[in-house]
Design a protein around this ligand. Structure first.
Ligand SMILES: *Cc1c(COP(=O)(O)O)cnc(C)c1O
Length: 429
């Protein structure tokens, strides 16, 4: 990439959550292979991010490459209205088999946010079909469910998104985020607010929606499995649907194939995305039970009211089939467990560091929460000069490497993160 390309990028191209007027620096990546990204100047960076939870097998994986190449020879895309194709059927078979029991009807869409929109619409159509006026969702604070309007409306209300779009977003109900940590002793009062809300007179919500066990972009918090178990019990008792947003947690990241398994529960609706295609192409899935699917289909509309243009895109389905086949080989639990151990050994001692408010690890996720916000440009520059790709946000520096990361590569990520804490210029005073 030339200097001119970079200048064009700065002037004309939006990046995630950035100003186009005063953008932070962007690093040109021209290739990615295994667990490394390659910069335009030839430098290689060990990947600590899996491209935001997605690239679980690393980059340029021969098996996924081959699956996409074969699919490309057959067809890259075909509409899904009135047509089906082998890649979609194989993928949905897999998803039905690997997700918890009652989930057996699959809706494929383009991205995580859309999967959340689909889940919300399913819940709304479900109650409409049952003749009940339920339009409100109930969720916990500090959640993150995506950037489209329905998804935004159930994200943490303190973030600027709600303020910015006030009057436009639907109003939903929030209770406090779970405070009992994953490894804490369970405290029953943690669920009291949610329990009281559902036990109160007045209209019930259409659904409770939350991220199981790990609240991701809303703060990288790991909460107690009993919280999730209680949510399931309460939803059953009060006849409220439960939507589990497993878009970040699905496919092994937390040490279980799905985070719901930590609590031994199944949701009524589950959203999947991110790692679904091994990080190759955008694709998401919303799964639900036969009961919800039938009820929705027997309502006034006689169908579920959604149908994206690129629904079940064959290339994306082929990538997903190849990625799930790699998971089915069964190496991931040992890989994630080894990453977890190395992250614990490396990051938990940082709790004693003066810059650090907390350090926590679950599965292949390691989080260092600092006292003050990071100076993103300075910190990112430091990481790149040290040969690693780590992208912090706010007060969170976190690692979620590909499952294929090698011990010495993970060691470099950890020692570099550790060293970064000693430079005051990396933090906003
Ligand atoms: C990333 C994410 C989404 C949104 O997915 P996109 O593909 O970015 O639209 C939704 N929910 C959770 C929990 C996520 O982590």
């Amino acid at each position: 990439m030339t200097a001119d390309d970079l200048a064009f990028d700065r002037r004309h191209i939006w990046h995630p959550y950035t100003s186009i007027t005063a953008p932070l620096p962007c690093y040109p990546v021209v290739a990615a292979e295994g667990n490394e990204l390659q910069l335009a100047d030839g430098r290689r960076l060990v990947d600590g991010m899996s491209s935001w939870w997605a690239a679980i097998h690393g980059y340029n994986h021969p098996a996924i490459n081959q699956a996409i190449a074969e699919q490309l020879q057959a067809m890259s895309h075909v509409m899904f209205g009135g047509i089906t194709h082998p890649a979609a059927v194989a993928l949905c078979r897999r998803l039905v088999a690997m997700t918890p029991a009652p989930l057996e009807c699959v809706f494929l869409a383009d991205s995580g946010s859309v999967a959340v929109e689909v889940a919300i619409k399913m819940a709304l159509q479900y109650w409409q079909a049952r003749g009940e006026d339920r339009r409100c969702l109930l969720t916990v604070r500090q959640g993150y469910h995506g950037d489209t309007c329905g998804a935004m409306s159930v994200c943490d209300p303190q973030t600027s998104m709600h303020r910015l779009f006030q009057g436009y977003l639907p109003q939903h109900e929030f209770v406090a985020a779970p405070s009992c940590r994953f490894d804490d002793e369970w405290r029953e009062e943690d669920i009291a607010e949610l329990a009281n809300r559902l036990a109160s007179d007045g209209s019930q919500p259409a659904a409770v929606i939350l991220e199981p066990i790990v609240q991701g972009a809303g703060g990288m918090r790991f909460y107690h499995p009993t919280y999730l178990r209680r949510v399931r019990e309460l939803c059953d008792r009060h006849q409220v649907l439960l939507i589990a947003d497993e878009i970040a947690t699905g496919f092994g990241r937390t040490g279980r194939l799905f985070a719901c398994e930590h609590a031994g529960i199944s949701p009524d609706i589950m959203c999947l995305g991110k790692a679904l295609t091994g990080g190759y192409l955008t694709l998401s899935a919303t799964l639900t039970s036969r009961d919800v699917a039938d009820t929705v289909s027997n309502g006034e509309a006689g169908c579920f009211m959604h149908g994206p243009t690129f629904m079940a895109n064959p290339l994306a389905c082929a990538a997903a089939n190849a990625s799930l086949a790699l998971l089915e080989q069964g190496h991931w639990p040992a890989q994630v467990a080894a990453i977890e151990q190395q992250l614990r050994d490396g990051l938990l001692p940082l709790r004693a560091h003066h810059q650090v408010a907390d350090a926590r690890v679950l599965g292949a996720i390691g989080v260092v929460e600092t006292h003050t916000a990071v100076n993103l440009a300075a910190l990112q520059h430091f990481f790149v000069t040290q040969g690693v790709w780590i992208r912090p946000f706010g007060r969170l520096i976190y690692l979620m490497p590909p499952y294929s990361i090698q011990p010495e590569q993970l060691a470099l990520l950890i020692t570099t993160l550790t060293a970064s804490l000693d430079r005051p210029a990396h933090f906003i005073a």
